[in-house]
Structures are given as structure tokens and as C-alpha cells.
Ligand binder design. Sequence first.
Ligand code: 5GP
Length: 189
Amino acid sequence: MQLLQNKVREEGIVLNGQVLKVDSFLNHQMDPVLMKEVGREFTRLFQGENITRVLTIESSGIAPGIMTALELEVPLIFARKQKSLTLREDIYVEKVYSFTKQESNEITVSKKFIHPGDRVLIIDDFLANGEAAFGLARIVEQAGAEVAGIGIVIEKAFQPGGRLLAEAGYRVESLVRIAALDNGVVTFA
Ligand code: 5GP
């Protein structure tokens, strides 16, 4: 997606060899026009997959997630990172290791919102090692629903997440793929 690639090139800041900061349009300030295009592109890519729900993780997945859900006219659910105060029997829980925070989090989704027969599109802002996407997929599967696909705004292709998800049989579509972040320079795949 050229528009997004331009934005990453112009505004992305490489924090070290592995982390890209995009807080001017995705992770802090958000660009709604760009997010609208992101939602349209995921909808085009996953057309025909009969998606009934979009699932993401708070907080940076919510913007691309809601724009995709709006285009598809289905609900968006975001997994919460804090432990829910509701009864544990009412929620799906998975452990996810956070690449950027270097710690394990529990992510939770209420059992009210995903059901057997649902075809769920998982959306996230970044793909690195695949921890977040695998955690969300396990929640979908706990619910007896199906992962219809995984849509990623920015994939860091030099990390193994994309390959691991594909090997596990998931369809992954990334709008921008980064081959390297060496010496402060973004190289696209
Ligand atoms: P993974 O779970 O695939 O290892 O990492 C993806 C998650 O970590 C995303 O939800 C995202 O929030 C965060 N993340 C991983 N790498 C980056 C990065 O380079 N930049 C930003 N802003 N977030 C990242």
C-alpha cells in the first residue's frame, strides 16, 4: 500500500535495529484518512471470506480495526490487556509476551462477543514475533470460531512472526513489509 509506505518512510523513526516508532499516524496521534484507506484495503483483501467479526488488541490495533469493521459492517472486539474484573468463567484468557515491553501480559475477551460459527478477521498494527496474533488466534479457537485471516498494518519481515503464522496455516496479509531497520534506515521488503 503505497500511501502507507510513504508515510512510514517520511515519518517513521527507527528506535534501535528492531523497533519502529510511528506515533505521528498510528501509535499516538492517528491519521483517520490513512486509517480509512487501511480499512478499505483490508476489506478488499479479505472480500469473500464471510467475516462476521474483527478482533484486535488494545490500544494501537483499535484504529485500523474499527475502520476495517466499519467497511465490513461487522462488530469490532478489542482484547483487553488488563485482567478483567468480571468472573474468570466469563472471559477467554491467553498469555502474550510483549515484544516492545519485554513482559508477559494476559489478554482477555468476553465470551459474550465471539461464538462458534464466527469467522474472525484478526487485525493488528505491527507483526514482529507473532505473539499477539497467535494469542488472538487462540482466543478465537477457544470460542469454537474460525480465524478467517490476519491483517497487519506493518510487518517487520526480518522477525519470524509472518513465517510462523503462515506455517501454522493462517492467511496473513500485511499492508507494508519491512526488510530491515539497520542504521536507522527503513528498508522495505
Ligand atoms: P509480536 O506480538 O508480533 O511479537 O509484536 C507485535 C506487537 O508488538 C504489536 O501489537 C505492537 O503493538 C508491538 N510491536 C512490535 N514491534 C513493534 C514496532 O517496531 N513498533 C511498534 N510501534 N510496535 C511494535
